[in-house]
Design a protein around this ligand. Sequence first.
Ligand SMILES: Nc1ncnc2c1ncn2[C@@H]1O[C@H](COP(=O)(O)OP(=O)(O)OP(=O)(O)O)[C@@H](O)[C@H]1O
Ligand SMILES: [Mg+2]
Length: 376
Amino acid sequence: MEDNSKNLSILIVDDDPAIRHVCSAILKKNYTDVRTFDNGLDALSYIRNNNTDIVLVDLKMPGISGHELIGRIAELNKDIVIMVITAYASIENAIEAMQKGASDFLPKPFTPDELRFAIKKAADKRELILQRTRALEEKREMEENYLSFVSHQLKSPLFAAQQLLYLLEEGDYKINEDVLSIIKRANRRISEAAKLVNEWLLVSRFEKSGFSQDFAETDIVPLINSELERHHEQIAAKGINVVLDIPRSVRLETDPSAFSMMISNLISNAVKYNVEDGKLLIRINEEAESTRIEVEDTGIGIKKEYIPRLFSKFFRIRDEKTKNIEGTGLGLAIIKKIIDEHSGSIEVASEEGKGTRFTVILPKRHPKPAVTGENN
Ligand SMILES: Nc1ncnc2c1ncn2[C@@H]1O[C@H](COP(=O)(O)OP(=O)(O)OP(=O)(O)O)[C@@H](O)[C@H]1O
Ligand SMILES: [Mg+2]
């Protein structure tokens, strides 16, 4: 293995200045990115915002204990290799640390060689984890490409056939009414097939890779505006009055295309299940750590008994009011999945005949997911 390990980011968390000094002096000879922290909270905030490979944790520290720190690092990212350095190397301590997520234990006092050897082991382990994560990522990408490829291959001939039928319908072919109605029916069936392919693609994505991959700090206001623009026709056709109560700019860490998909589905519902000349209100309130986005309509509302099932795939309410409204029942399931991927939450308040309000709460900063790599 050529020496990538030189660039590993290594943190030493210990309240004892002598240990911090000695460990960092030893490790800096072989590694370029070695940092020290005298308490767990500072280390955690560093890890939250920076790539970290290996953390050495002292167990007995003021503030949050080493055990707690280990648990919280593992929660943030269970691929970080955590090693305990402690003068209290009891079996109980070791077991608890391992259960929380530590992978090795180095009793104090240790010699420079012992430290170097332990770090070498940790570095090898980290490299294996990174390789596995990369392999899984490649596999996911291949599957994703395959899905897009197949759906594209299925859709192209359908669209081509549809174009030909349009040509028959619109062209100057002196087709009689009976044949024309058959052509129209054939065209509708093709549209249904194309829609099915799109839905299949969505459901497969749902199962395989989720929707949110590239989180970046983003202003969501333009995303909301362009989704409103995209629904302009339906909004105008129903005479819906759109009211926006949102700041000029709202920044949060999100995957922009997943965010747009979520807002698009909420807007689509607020229009579809609204009444003629109804109102659609989008309101945003920024809080210290999170952003509340409300999408409210003055539509048909939802019976209480249905609310727990709304977010299930393919669930649709079938009654007099909804029987002529088209949909597949995927929208809210997708919304929920995207919100989960953002570690956010969604609430529903609805009154039959009055309207519905969906409130989405997203953290401003996306907590780095614990990349497990084991969920397939
Ligand atoms: N704003 C709303 N007002 C009233 N009912 C709603 C609203 N949003 C969703 N629903 C109900 O919840 C069901 C599920 O919504 P969802 O968005 O998942 O699917 P859909 O709109 O039927 O289809 P799709 O979004 O896949 O085109 C809807 O069929 C509808 O009965
Ligand atoms: Mg919908």
